[in-house]
Ligand binder design. Sequence first.
Ligand code: SF4
Ligand code: SF4
Length: 382
Amino acid sequence: MFTKRTKKALVKAVFTKKSPVYVQFAVTKLCNLKCRMCGSSLSRKLETELTLAQIEKLADTLDKLNVGVVLLTGGEVFLRPDIADIVRIFAKKNFTVRLQTNGILADEEKIKAVYAAGVEEVTISLNTLIPEKQDKITGQNGSWQEIIESIARFSRILPVKGTLLGVNTVVTKENLEELPQIIRFVTGIGFYSSLIPIHLSPSDEDAFIIRRHSPESAFHPGDSVKIDAIYRQVIGMKRQGYNIYNSYKFLRNSPAFLKGKRINWHCDSPYLYFAISPSGNFLPCVDIKTSISMLDDGFVELYHSQDFQEKIGRMVKNCAGCFYACWPEITYACRDPFVLLERAILSIKATAKTRKPVNHSQCLSIIEKIRSEFPVFLPNIK
Ligand code: SF4
Ligand code: SF4
């Protein structure tokens, strides 16, 4: 459930459209995996990471900006030995604290520590139900097994009420046909499924932070019919009550983005959201670099200045556009009352519903059952 602070921030954001309700902070540039469509570690090679004292200062700044939700991401958040302390810094100021992780390094002790520190939502990345395919994508043998084990650990350790557990899936050519099966698995264990369309760059030399050149993951014009068909099925599943975190509006627009069209969804950076780099720089979003330090004493004043807002506004206007789930979903929720209502209902349902904890072998049985019932589920490894 959202904290009081987050509810207030959301109301302000909805009414003013000029209050940053959501922030993503990359606590580390490092990752234990090398997913082929992710440029995070590569593009941040030269960055340093903030100390706990600097993160305290950052939290004070976010407090003054009336931020509600803080998503801690990376790289891989559990590579920071002090991740529970980082969670605690934000939780004690009543931010809603979310973690994004690949899960592999999150042992029982660490999960208990971040929960005790105040984390309320965790999303784990899983791109396929086929072990060999996941290992190809992440560049690490055995990663699929370890991710499933981690999903089971989070399921058992986090209380069923009041916490939200999710699975993030980057939608690529390699897993498109699997989406309904992934959603069945995620719903089967009481988690929520979030589908994020793949973002690629023409080469690895581009200035993006996250996007990377990955021809294996890219869609081609001949995939259009399949993309439409799978998304129709996904939207139908959401109507039937499957646990899908994306809004209908986001799901309806995703096929066009996957087919290479630019979606005009009215990016609200820096007014409703922004991101923070591992070294504490302000970023309009996860993909665009700046050298503006949020640790500078005058940052709050700078943020509210016309010069700053115009400068960031120009960067946003000239950017390549995107359809990462988080940013458009906030714009939709703050600008479209139907989406806001949909998200409010989902949020209440997701945190109040009694999810049944599952162990590793139960996860594997659910997957095996899905594999036997849905023969479309065939390996497609390149
Ligand atoms: S997608 Fe996530 S898990 Fe994979 S390399 Fe990037 S940060 Fe690491
Ligand atoms: S539209 Fe541009 S600035 Fe806005 S979130 Fe997407 S890439 Fe970032």
